[in-house]
Design a protein around this ligand. Structure first.
Ligand code: ATP
Length: 295
């Protein structure tokens, strides 16, 4: 029995801007995102019962059509008239409801993996289009790496990877609902917006101090207002010596950029007393390819 494995890396936002609300009700977004070396693994196995089965190492993710990976498999089966079923196993490493696009990355990995398993021959652009039907971070997660995402997230432009550095992540115990944060965002009252062009420039010059200085996310003020402990966590990471600090996505995970591993480890140790889920990982400049192995 062949197992098709795909790595599903988490992302962080280097910038996140909400330009306006569109007539179709969606928000017009502008986000610079980059993959980090913290990843789930998706294992796919064909079944002949025409059903989608799911299992996971985590008790926190739903195992039915509420799971984005399940929806990715449904979409592919329906769109291409596939009779076979699939067993999806999610080895969960990415914290859930964290602002790290865990569910979106699992869905994107499922699209990539099923494209191989069922030999659909879909080009990356076609997988991006399918991803856009599932959620606004899924198109980016199909391509991974570093990219500018615009529109609802489906307009992608690849960017040079950030300068090599370490990312210290701290995930407060509670989750955050992305829909809730967007509902509370008052676009007319955003007090400061990220300099997206400046960030793109900093990436093309591989200018680490500028990348740290230009980190910005308009959802931060909404989430920090709701959860003062997230603000305190952010201040703490900066105080412990990170070069730049930001909340990722709609939160509540906050991250700090650090230029040396020894310093990243020191910050992680200092944070342990305040937060249970703390990681230090590398940026993932160019994501690793997928693997298929017999079993
Ligand atoms: P984003 O940054 O894209 O908003 P997130 O990292 O904030 O995503 P997820 O981990 O994707 O959030 O989870 C958000 C919700 O989606 C969870 O409450 C969970 O119930 C549901 N969910 C659906 N599929 C998955 C999945 N494969 N992994 C984790 N959560 C999932």
């Amino acid at each position: 029995m062949m197992i098709f494995s795909e790595k599903a890396p988490a992302k962080i936002n280097l910038t996140l801007d909400v330009l306006h609300k569109r007539e179709d009700g969606y928000h017009e977004l502008e986000m610079v995102m980059t993959s980090i070396d913290l990843a789930d693994r998706i294992d796919l196995m064909e079944t002949d019962d025409g059903q989608i089965h799911m299992d996971s190492t985590s008790g926190l993710v739903p195992l039915d059509e509420r799971n984005l990976a399940f929806r990715a498999a449904s979409l592919i089966r329906e769109r291409f008239g596939i009779r076979q079923g699939v067993r999806i196993f999610i080895h969960k490493k990415i914290p859930v409801a964290a602002g790290l696009a865990g569910g979106s990355s699992d869905a994107a990995a499922t699209l990539r993996g099923l494209n191989r398993m069922w030999k659909l021959g879909l080009k990356p652009e076609e997988l991006v289009e399918l991803g856009a039907e599932l959620g606004s971070d899924v198109p980016y997660c199909v391509r991974m790496g570093t990219a500018l995402a615009k529109g609802r997230g489906e307009i992608l432009r690849p960017l040079p990877p950030p300068p090599p550095c370490w990312v210290v992540l701290a995930k407060p115990p509670h989750g955050v609902s992305t829909a809730d944060i967007f509902r509370r965002l008052d676009i007319g009252r955003i007090s400061s917006r990220p300099d997206t062009e400046g960030m793109i420039d900093a990436l093309s010059r591989s200018d680490y101090p500028a990348v740290c200085r230009l980190l910005g996310n308009v959802l931060e003020e909404v989430t920090l207002e709701m959860f003062p402990e997230v603000r305190r966590l952010k201040e703490r990471i900066r105080r412990y010596g990170a070069d730049g600090v930001l909340m990722s996505g709609s939160g509540p995970t906050v991250f700090g950029l650090v230029d040396r591993e020894s310093r990243a480890r020191r910050i992680v140790n200092a944070l342990r007393g305040f937060c249970r889920q703390v990681f230090a990982v590398r940026m993932l400049g160019v994501p690793e390819g997928a693997t298929a192995h017999g079993g």
